[in-house]
Design a protein around this ligand. Sequence first.
Ligand code: FES
Length: 231
Amino acid sequence: MSHTERGEKTVSQERRTALKIITSISFIVSLGSLASLLKSISPVVLEIPEWPRVRLANINGIKLRTWYLFSYPTKDIPCLLVKTGKSLPSGVGPDRDIIAYVMICQHARYYGTIYIPPKEVRDPEKLTYLKTVPPNILELYPDKNLLYCPAHAGIYDLEKDGEVLAGPPFCSLCKVVLEYDEASGDIYAVGLSPPAPAVPGVTHCSNNPEELKRIMLGKKLVTEASLEEKI
Ligand code: FES
């Protein structure tokens, strides 16, 4: 190798080394900028809201064993309210027989669950939707107020804290906590009680009341509700 060639090789090696140093410095500088950028973005902490207190209806407007729909605590959560005709531990109202539950099935998040009243008022001509329920299910539980899920025949006992009577649901229904104002006769929804319903945002079937409140995170809460009569 000639003297000139050796000289050119040394120069190009020096160039490569210089280029490497410049690249490394730029990389370190950009890492530093990224770190200070990340530092400047403070994490968004969403505060978990309290349950809204929402007036649902007045006792004078509630018919016996009629299926009423409403949304609580957010628009996308369908609930049902029923005056069962039986005094229940969690019932409200003068006869302590009014209850409410989230209607979403606790198996595979099916929204099309249906109310089945006790046999004495199961008039298939009036309650035409009962024709979709297998007769053996109706015969098995003649005296109860039930919630039925047509997806996989899940059955819940509305008189016993939404307990699962049959089918594949993983836990009881999520209950709507109600309050009754004796002076005015108004009925309010004031919260949900575990287990958590099968909806995004909470651990399904969780029994932690605080975890359940996460259902409201980042969502618009219902401030007023009107009952829609289904039957
Ligand atoms: S989704 Fe209700 S029983 Fe399966």
